[in-house]
Design a protein around this ligand. Structure first.
Ligand SMILES: CC(=O)SCCNC(=O)CCNC(=O)[C@H](O)C(C)(C)COP(=O)(O)OP(=O)(O)OC[C@H]1O[C@@H](n2cnc3c(N)ncnc32)[C@H](O)[C@@H]1OP(=O)(O)O
Ligand SMILES: CC(C)C(=O)C(=O)O
Length: 514
């Protein structure tokens, strides 16, 4: 079995998904889970792109010990210097520099000749190697680049000190056959290519990202790049969980292995979906809600007789517990603590108390508290901006009748501790609530997306609301959960407003670790 290294870019390319905007606490939670999942390398962000990304990368570099942490940089000295400041405390500082090599990108975007691109790539890799022990160089848009030009640049970049060469299919244009040929060509023609790692990075514009990545492995790639749930720019990146499971299930055909711990897949997928607000489609391979469900009679009959008739992956392989019903009204603190550890959470004593109280409140309203319910409560607590002064919902009331004008009355505590209260109307209950909240927070807010889903099944399921909105022209997302749809909606609104303050104004920041 050949070991393939896994480079996760959920926190960089994944965060480039339109509308996704993670704060530092959320990024750190995902980074810790990626470490548990066993990724070899995680790309924590693009430090030169914003102050928030710089801080996020630095925070992760200082915390994560069992995966190598990297950050992206353009081929410029200033991007490299900023990345060094963010990454220098990592266990093994690693940089990822990219520069496009395709005629389209060089001519129209970079406005550079191939010779200038070659010179810049070499100079910047050499510059980066003076600081970083590991430097990956990506030939952006490699799949649309001239192969002989690629051979020349890659040889020179390796001579300049690159330790990893990446051949991205930046626009998701290639096919498995073509991408395989590209890898074989580079393997056979580049001097010293065996001295460096060779990486594949695929996008899913034509729905071939996973197949293309596997074709690259079969033709010499020693590292693969992708994201959890396949999130990323445009149609997204190759989904790492799909590649890992494909290699495992079809090991008769693919003699390759990774360091990934497959039973962490479900938790990783749930966490990324919840914190990014990118719902996983029910029919998505490996992690979709229907991936292990059998609906039709003939299939159910087959599965009852022998699961292997219609099930090629067991739910347990990817960490889906068959016994999903857990704690109830009469459960105590010990069982609760044990359960949250099983679910992979490490909480402070304060957070534990808060979680236990939230759990007990839920058991008063809901007979069965499932793992999904607990996961929702616990991620909220773990990523709560707890030491930050923020808007908090004190109480609300909404009056709705088919013949009346919907009216909401809301009371809030403001970041400086004042209690404010008002009432407004709207065309519907949620609009009335949001008009009232907007009046109270005194910011210019425009709602761009609202989605409601249930956590688990049944009439008493928790409601989860994800929203996107602009606050004074800045895009921000928010989420909230509660048993009542309107309460979840109000919480999502305030979560977005508080995230806006935390991310962009910093006036309410008091957290010591961040
Ligand atoms: C394939 C990928 O996914 S690459 C990663 C893409 N990710 C992102 O772009 C997210 C983060 N980006 C940002 O925050 C901003 O684009 C910034 C801060 C990096 C740059 O912002 P700005 O300075 O306003 O530049 P802007 O984004 O408009 O244009 C990019 C500039 O970088 C240049 N550039 C693009 N790629 C590279 C590169 N690899 N090396 C050097 N320069 C590059 C472009 O040619 C352009 O230069 P120009 O201004 O001389 O025409
Ligand atoms: C920066 C590079 C690797 C990239 O994201 C791409 O080409 O898609």
């Amino acid at each position: 079995m050949r070991l393939i290294k896994v480079f996760d870019t959920t926190l960089r390319d994944g965060e480039q998904s339109p509308g996704v905007n993670l704060n530092q606490l959320e990024k750190l939670e995902i980074a810790k889970q990626l470490e548990r999942f066993g990724v070899d390398i995680m790309e924590a962000g693009f430090p030169a792109s914003s102050h928030g990304d710089f801080e996020g990368v630095r925070n992760i570099a200082r915390t994560i010990k069992n995966s190598s942490v990297t950050g992206l940089a353009r081929a410029t000295k200033s991007d490299i210097d900023i990345a060094w400041d963010a990454l220098k405390d990592a266990a093994e500082p690693r940089l990822h520099i990219f520069l496009a090599t395709s005629p389209i990108h060089m001519t129209y975007k970079l406005k550079k000749t191939p010779e200038q691109v070659m010179e810049t790539a070499v100079n910047m890799v050499a510059y980066a190697r003076k600081k970083f022990p590991q430097v990956e160089w990506s030939a952006e848009d490699a799949s649309r680049s001239d192969k002989d030009f690629l051979v020349k640049v890659i040889e020179k970049v390796i001579d300049a000190g690159a330790t990893v060469i990446n051949l991205p299919d930046t626009v998701g244009y290639t096919t498995p056959e073509e991408y395989g040929i590209l890898f074989r060509y580079i393997k056979e023609n580049v001097r010293n290519i065996d001295k460096v790692a060779l990486s594949a990075h695929c996008h899913d514009d034509l729905g071939m990202a996973v197949a293309n990545t596997i074709a690259a492995i079969e033709n010499g790639a020693t590292q693969i790049e992708g994201t959890i749930n396949g999130i990323g720019e445009r149609a997204g990146n190759a989904a790492l969980e799909e590649i890992a499971v494909a290699l495992n299930i079809r090991n008769d055909k693919y003699p390759y292995t990774t360091n990934l711990i497959l039973k962490e897949i479900k938790r990783t997928s749930d966490l990324v979906s919840r914190l990014t607000g990118m719902a996983v489609p029910a029919n998505k391979a490996v992690v979709g809600r229907n991936a292990f469900a059998h609906e039709s009679g003939i299939h159910q009959d087959g599965v009852l007789k022998n699961a292997s008739t219609y099930e090629i992956i067991t739910p347990e392989l990817v960490g889906i517990q068959s016994n999903n019903l857990v704690l109830g009204k009469h459960s105590g603190r010990h069982a609760f603590k044990d359960k949250i550890e099983q679910l992979g959470f490490t909480l402070s004593n304060e957070q534990l108390l808060e979680a236990f109280q939230a759990f007990k409140q839920l058991t008063d309203r809901k007979k069965e508290v499932t793992d999904d319910d607990l996961f929702t409560i616990l991620t909220d607590i773990q990523t709560d901006l707890s030491n930050v002064k923020k808007y908090e919902l004190e109480s609300f009331q909404v009056q709705y009748g088919s013949a009346n004008i919907p009216t909401a009355t809301v009371a809030l505590t403001t970041p400086v501790g004042n209690r404010v209260e008002t009432a407004c109307t709207g065309q519907g209950s949620v609009e009335a609530l949001y008009n009232t909240l907007e009046t109270l927070v005194e910011e210019k807010i425009h709602l761009t997306d609202f989605s409601l889903s249930s956590v688990g099944q049944g009439r008493d399921a928790l409601a989860e609301v994800h929203i996107k909105m602009s606050v004074n022209g800045t895009q921000v997302s928010g989420r909230g959960s509660a048993q009542d749809v309107l309460e979840a909606s109000a919480k999502a609104f305030l979560n977005a407003v508080n995230r806006f303050f935390f991310n962009h104004r910093k006036v309410v920041k008091e957290t010591a670790q961040i």
